[in-house]
Ligand binder design. Structure first.
Ligand SMILES: [Zn+2]
Ligand SMILES: [Zn+2]
Length: 310
């Protein structure tokens, strides 16, 4: 039951020799999602061994080129490879206009459908849901409408405690009711609360992607308790005026967001190319939030399954 983020791009406005513009791949129980799609994403996917045909849906945070230039090449390649499965792209308006233009001039014979779902960047909404995962939009504060995303693994179904089965002599119907979350009604009129006869075999995991944005306490609040937080840290604190002016965060502000969110770990990225070495940014963030790492191109970050002790 995998829950893994792979960094495909962690640079800001332009590519550098070591970093590509923004793109992450998320694997949740072997279902793949792409978050932003900067230039170079196709090659990064190949190097990471992720088959692009397996991508279920794509989430675009905002319509700046460093988050979207790679998408149109990817759409074409998927068609050349014979994709038939529709592909949903969640993106802010006016992505529909850009997509229509691309399809008209470059991919009029595309063998699959690209479906656009609008992300209303000012709203915190459930965007996508399947059996094991929910994806929410997180309003961000940037120069253009932008939203981050929270990927939350659903809580697993309830299991029945073995000792409860013996203690209360639970039958099939009792167990089914308990698994639905119902309390147990005993023949002598006593009620046994559901939580004392059931448990969750593991805890749902979560990943949040907050880029690009000014420091936003509200966004941090909306990803409360997240296991792994990716937060942009385009600048060092010494350049905070520039960060404010361009709608970005400093490493210190990324750490402040992680603290406020009560995150398990913080990954910083979207680094300005002015920093030849990101150590200064990591050190700055670690002063406030020690569990900080700089996102590394091509590296995967696993969120391990924590089994409940029973
Ligand atoms: Zn950007
Ligand atoms: Zn941007």
């Amino acid at each position: 039951m995998t829950f893994r983020v792979t960094i495909l791009g962690s640079s800001s406005a332009s590519p550098t020799p070591r970093r590509n513009p923004a793109a992450h791949a998320l694997n949740v129980h072997e279902q793949f999602f792409l978050i932003d799609c900067g230039e170079g994403t196709q090659q990064r996917l190949m190097r990471a061994g992720i088959n692009p045909q397996k991508i279920n849906a794509i989430f675009i945070s905002h319509l700046h080129g460093d988050h979207v230039y790679g998408l149109f090449g990817l759409i074409s390649t998927l068609g050349l490879q014979g994709r038939r499965t529709p592909l949903t792209v969640y993106a802010p308006r006016p992505f529909d206009e850009i997509l229509a233009c691309h399809l008209r001039y470059f991919d009029s014979q595309l063998p699959y459908e690209v479906i656009w779902q609008e992300v209303e960047t000012r709203k915190h909404r459930l965007l996508y849901e399947n059996k094991v995962l929910e994806v929410y939009s997180i309003p961000l504060r940037h120069r253009v409408p932008a939203a981050g995303f929270l990927f939350r693994e659903k809580e697993p179904p309830l299991n029945i405690l073995k000792e409860a089965i013996e203690q209360y002599g639970l039958g099939i119907a009792d167990c089914a009711a308990a698994k639905r979350g119902e309390d147990l009604l005993l023949a002598d009129g006593r009620t046994i609360p559901n939580e004392s006869i059931t448990y969750r075999p593991y805890r749902g995991r979560s990943y949040a992607y907050l880029s690009d944005t000014l420091y936003s306490p509200k966004a941090a609040g909306l990803v409360q308790g997240v296991d792994l937080l990716y937060h942009e840290a385009t600048f060092a604190d010494s350049d905070k005026a520039l960060a404010r002016q361009t709608g970005h965060s400093t490493a210190r502000q990324a750490a402040t967001a992680a603290l406020k969110a009560g995150a398990g770990r913080l990954l910083i990225g979207h680094f300005s190319s002015r920093y030849k070495d990101e150590t200064v940014l990591v050190e700055e963030a670690r002063k406030l939030f020690p569990q900080t790492e700089a996102a590394e191109e091509g590296k995967s970050y696993e969120i391990p399954l924590l089994k409940t002790k029973r």
